[in-house]
Design a protein around this ligand. Sequence first.
Ligand SMILES: Nc1nc2c(ncn2[C@@H]2O[C@H](COP(=O)(O)OP(=O)(O)OP(=O)(O)O)[C@@H](O)[C@H]2O)c(=O)[nH]1
Ligand SMILES: [Zn+2]
Length: 361
Amino acid sequence: MVRDFSGFLPGGKATGPGGRELTALEALGWNPFFAQQIDADALVETPPVRVLAVHRSGLQVAGDGIDERIPAGIEATVGDWLLLDREQPGASRLLTRKSLIKRRAPGRDHKVQLIAANIDTLFIVTSCNQDFNPARLERYLALAFEAETEPVIVLTKTDLADDPSFYIDAARAISDRAEVIALDARGAEPAQALSGWCLPGRTVAFLGSSGVGKSTLANALAGNDSIATQPIREDDAKGRHTTTRRELHRNPGGFLLLDTPGMRELQLTDTGAGIAALFDDIETLATTCRFRDCRHETEPGCAVRRAMAEDRLDPARFARWRKLQAEDEYNSASLVQRREKDRAFGKMVRDVTKPKSRPKT
Ligand SMILES: Nc1nc2c(ncn2[C@@H]2O[C@H](COP(=O)(O)OP(=O)(O)OP(=O)(O)O)[C@@H](O)[C@H]2O)c(=O)[nH]1
Ligand SMILES: [Zn+2]
């Protein structure tokens, strides 16, 4: 999906609560959470800018009267806020994030990739058909909780389902911490149904499998289907033409849509806290097992097994909890191992490069 970014050009205006016009920064998502991190002097000396896209050659950033590419080097991702150091852009300060979505990179080294920062609402999209999969929804919810962003489950294609309420009930049963919205993604329904989250200055993103209707939803929210445009060609620092796309877009309604390719094929990474939040009933049960390290297998006095025997806990849900936990343990362990390997490698490099007494020849 390639989107128009003309909303960021001067002239695009949005109004906030009470009809007040948003400042240029507010229109980019600036709010008290970030403002409180800096003092007034810093605001002038190092103006805040938001990362619209990350390219190999640098970060595309925008602020009040600023729209430029700064060199790569800062560990920032789409949606991040930086305090731009004009003399040395590479030394710009990264502001504390309100939320952060990261993932384990595919491939053997399982490196952690930052996907997107400062998303206020994550729309987890699935359809009322064979795409609907409670285990996958749980995985996405755990990821949203871990990222500290607000998840909303959006069920599309209600018009194609015989009984949408089956899917709605199943989605509601997954967590009472995520709202469930069901709709036909085409037409005017999404603008109405999602308006509570798509507010001026707020950042939202869609997550879900291919074909569930993410682009259709985005277009419906934009109020037209002109969102897909040609990639932008611009000159890089060396005057070469490069094709780029911005991944944070301001919609006519004034909210920001973060749309980055990285939001696909997400694996769980260090999501222990997110899993605990999602399965807090099981985790609470587990604290009443007789043994603190109970594996809930054959141990005597296992409260989790007892709950399943007494029909208070769905065995399938228990199985999904164990599977997510195992996946998270595996991924997190491989990260620890990776860190150890990195340390060992660093030491080896130091040992090799340390000045030594030269061997006599
Ligand atoms: N009938 C019906 N069709 C829908 C609905 N939502 C999406 N579609 C159709 O499903 C197809 C896929 O929708 P997209 O919006 O492209 O899906 P996507 O999630 O963006 O897919 P990717 O870009 O591959 O990630 C399109 O033909 C849409 O018109 C819906 O609620 N009802
Ligand atoms: Zn137990």
